[in-house]
Design a protein around this ligand. Structure first.
Ligand code: HSE
Length: 366
């Protein structure tokens, strides 16, 4: 048996715990850290992180606290104590990528973050495998379960935005602050991490333009339906010939019979195009206790066989969105719809600055 610890016993941490307790893995949860010890769990729970750091039998720490602080300090302390770390924390991983990866390498341990993009889908681990023997030219995907749940319900059942968001929160899909989901920031972190894993570069999430679905309303679905379209929030990565990358997040109108359009509920679908392997697609539940907890356990298991952290190149990714073009749908808060000629993602960002607050924008993919 290999001893592990879980820090943060919320949705994801308890999902990982339940998976390990099923007894199908050679893992044992020796300690769980949280703010309070739950009745009946006194033997395994603690409020003292030092107990975990000082325990030489604990080889891996699963971080499921979420947010930047104190998660970052806890992760750094685990790495410096010679423990591997697995995490579902996309905010932490994408904003502190270089520091965390370097600290792991310096301490001869590993940090894995597969559940931080795609929930239960082995997306980042498969991307990593694909990228080690080929070039990744394109990634396009539905990478947020909450917004897919909302868009799906608004499309199929004419659901009301706020009511459907509440349902997604109750099901444990949404972030503590769901603005991150509906404003596209969550997908921005996942696109940055996908770029890092695909290229070995380090993308700054703040440089990735992101439009969300906060302002989408039922009138937009009426417009789409008349034209045989539906809307999905897509994260995008494209490798350019000069080695820079196009990275962006935007609601996208797609033919209602396309592959992405068929993705329902909290499911995610992400596609890569590799120079040798061609197209690969990965589909599954992108959010929720069991899928994400399961993926955290999969990373722990991978670490049992993994070598210590390898070599990393931390060159900053140059983001260039000037030649990736779409026609855009713009609907102002007072209901005026404009469809643009094909313009670049970069030019759209400039256009948006002159649009009224509350304008909904989506790319049209034909
Ligand atoms: N809030 C995220 C989502 C959780 O809805 O996809 C999984 O990253």
């Amino acid at each position: 048996m290999t001893d592990v610890a879980i820090i943060g016993f919320g949705v994801v941490g308890s999902g990982a715990y339940d998976t390990i307790r099923d007894g199908r893995t050679p893992l044992r949860v020796k300690k769980i850290l949280d703010l309070a010890v739950r009745p009946g769990m006194e033997d395994v729970m603690t409020t003292d992180y030092e107990e975990i750091l000082r325990d030489p039998s604990i080889v891996t720490v699963a971080e499921s606290i979420g947010g930047l602080h104190p998660a970052k300090e806890f992760v750094l302390a685990a790495l410096k104590a010679g423990k591997n770390v697995v995490t579902a924390n996309k905010l932490l991983m994408s904003t502190c990528y270089r520091e965390l990866m370097e600290t792991a390498a310096q301490n001869g341990v590993c940090i894995r973050f597969t559940p931080s993009a795609g929930g239960g889908i082995p997306w980042l681990s498969s991307l990593r495998r694909t990228a080690r023997a080929g070039k990744i030219n394109k990634i396009e995907g539905i990478l947020n379960g909450t917004t897919n749940f909302i868009l799906d319900k608004m499309d199929r059942e004419q659901g009301d935005f706020d009511a459907v968001l509440k349902e997604a929160q109750d099901l444990g899909y949404a972030e503590k602050d769901p603005s991150s989901d509906i404003d596209g920031l969550d997908v921005r972190y996942k696109v940055a991490l996908s770029c890092n894993v695909a290229t070995g570069l380090t993308a700054n999430p703040d440089e990735i333009p992101a439009y969300g679905i906060r302002y989408i309303r039922s009138c937009d679905f009426v417009w789409m339906k008349e034209r045989g379209l539906t809307c999905k929030l897509l994260g995008n990565y494209r490798l350019r010939e000069d080695g820079s990358v196009a990275l962006f997040v935007q609601p996208t109108f797609l033919p209602a019979d396309s592959l992405f359009a068929s993705v329902q509920k909290n499911f995610n679908l992400v596609k890569l195009t590799g120079d040798r392997v061609g197209d690969l697609a990965f589909y599954g539940q992108g959010a929720g206790k069991n899928p994400t907890g399961f993926a955290l356990v999969q990373d722990m298991l991978d670490l049992l066989q993994a070598d210590a952290a390898g070599e990393y190149v931390f060159r900053p990714a140059q983001v260039n969105n000037t030649d990736t073009c779409f026609r855009y749908y713009l609907r102002t808060p007072d209901g005026v719809v404009t469809v643009t000629e094909p313009i670049s993602v970069f030019a759209m960002g400039e256009t948006m600055q002159s649009m009224p607050q509350g304008t909904f924008v989506a790319a049209i993919q034909e």
